[in-house]
Design a protein around this ligand. Structure first.
Ligand code: DLL
Length: 433
């Protein structure tokens, strides 16, 4: 039987959801106009006044916010309440320019943790569960967000943070952890290590995993589910909008329900900024209608995604987003061809490899080069040159048909690519240096 953390809102009718969104949007626009001069100026430049926004049908009139705005306004320029009312900051793991710093009131934290609690309950969590949070704690939102959600559900919470793989596995075994929360790449690594230790799925007490913070494929999900004997659920979020829990997967596992009572989603064409109908791929844009300390209006996530309003078997009524295909800023342009790392990963997994690879892009004589280093699995490991060449050629052909590009593939020994305890680093683009 499906269980919910907040059934009334998670299963509300479309009319109820729209009514909530309309009311909250009008209030939030007024809040931002009165308290965030940076955004008020953007509205003035676009000729929009708070009274022009009467319902979500007027959303398109509002200006967008982008990462560039966040950098411009860093650190306090987008804060919507007096600093004495803020109780926390969190920050992104971004590596370019200034990090994004997001602010929270206590109420903002409560609603964030409730969103994470909805995700944990959707993955089968109850107060009988032991929930190990192996996302990083600190500025990164993964650890604090799921920690808070786990408390709200009443799980026995094990705040291991990321890293120290042997200790993670020791706690899973000793405390009979039932729910594991971490990045999918770290989950794959934990699974691989457990397998090496000779643990079979039956010997692993876990029943579910809540994995997100980076793109991962269906094949990777199946691998993790098989090695650990669990059901693996996706969870999505970003620091600007609180952190994890903006959207989460339910038992149907056909997309993630967006917590629409807090976040209004739109899909736009990233080039023209035109709003696209449900079902079309484009850039995901969110308006956070409850968060008061860091009220993001029409925030451009850069995540390439699509929305679906098909009825869900779980009973939840909130719109679903598909697994993001990648980020528009992750997209590599190689010899003029758009390449997403997720496409390369799909080919590797289809050929029986695991998601342990690195993409190295370079430029020789003004021509882009694409090198893909892929780990062999222990089962396929060999030093037979003929066999390795055959396998490499198969991957070159697979990549050619997926991308329309010739890549150089190098098979490397198992475990030779550095593992990540947080988000995996898959791309090295030497062209920028
Ligand atoms: O990654 C928040 C989070 C923590 C989500 C733990 C889920 C679990 P940021 O560091 O700000 O926040 O990075 C946000 O990560 O715009 C996406 O590009 C990517 N991302 C997050 N979740 C997923 C997912 C956290 N499930 C950025 N699938 C987002 C694909 C994801 N990409």
């Amino acid at each position: 039987m499906e269980r919910y953390f907040q059934q009334e809102i998670e299963c509300a009718s479309r009319e109820e959801i729209v009514a909530i969104q309309n009311k909250k949007l009008v209030e939030q626009v007024k809040h931002v106009w009165d308290n965030v001069p940076y955004y008020r100026k953007k509205m003035e430049e676009k000729g929009v006044k708070p009274e022009d926004i009467k319902s979500i049908d007027d959303l398109h009139k509002l200006p967008f916010l982008s990462k560039a705005d966040l950098r411009d306004a860093y650190p306090y320029g987008l804060v919507g309440v007096p600093l004495k009312d803020c109780v926390r900051i969190q920050s992104t793991s971004g590596t370019t320019g200034k990090r994004v710093v997001a602010f929270y009131t206590q109420a903002d934290i409560d609603l964030w943790e409730e969103c994470c609690a909805r995700a944990i309950v959707a993955a089968g969590g109850t107060n009988e569960d032991v929930c190990q949070v192996s996302y990083g704690y600190g500025l990164f939102t993964g650890g604090p967000g799921l920690n808070g959600g786990s408390h709200k559900v009443g799980c026995l919470t094990v705040p291991t943070s990321s890293g120290n793989t042997e200790r993670q596995i020791m706690f899973i075994q000793d405390l009979s952890t039932t729910i594991l929360c971490c990045t999918p790449s770290y989950a794959a690594y934990l699974g691989e290590t457990m397998k090496e230790m000779g643990l079979t799925p039956e010997q692993i007490p876990l029943k579910a995993g809540i994995f997100g913070a980076e793109a991962w494929s269906e094949e990777m999900r199946h691998n993790i589910e098989e090695t650990m004997g669990i059901k693996a659920y996706d969870i999505y979020g970003l620091t600007e909008l609180s952190g994890p829990g903006v959207a989460f997967e339910c038992s149907a596992q056909t997309g993630m329900h967006i917590n629409e009572d807090h976040f209004i989603a739109e899909i736009i064409n990233p080039e023209t900024e035109e709003v696209l109908p449900d079902g079309e791929w484009g850039e995901l844009v969110f308006t956070a209608v409850d968060k008061k300390a860091f009220p993001m209006m029409r925030y451009r996530t850069r995540d390439i995604c699509k929305l679906s309003r098909e009825k869900c078997s779980c009973g939840r009524t909130h719109v679903k987003m598909e697994k993001p295909r990648g980020r528009s800023d992750d997209m590599l342009i190689i010899r003029g061809v758009n390449v997403f790392p997720s496409q390369i990963e799909t080919v590797l997994l289809e050929h029986g490899y695991q998601a342990n690879y690195q993409i190295i892009v370079g430029r020789v004589n003004n021509t882009d080069t694409l090198d893909v280093h892929v780990e062999m699995t222990p089962e396929m490991f060999t030093d037979n040159v003929g066999e390795i060449t055959k396998r490499q050629n198969e991957l070159v052909a697979g990549l050619k048909s997926m991308l329309g590009l010739k890549a150089k593939v190098t098979l490397v020994a198992p475990k030779s690519i550095t593992r990540s305890e947080g988000k995996a680093v898959r791309v090295i683009d030497n062209r920028k240096i």
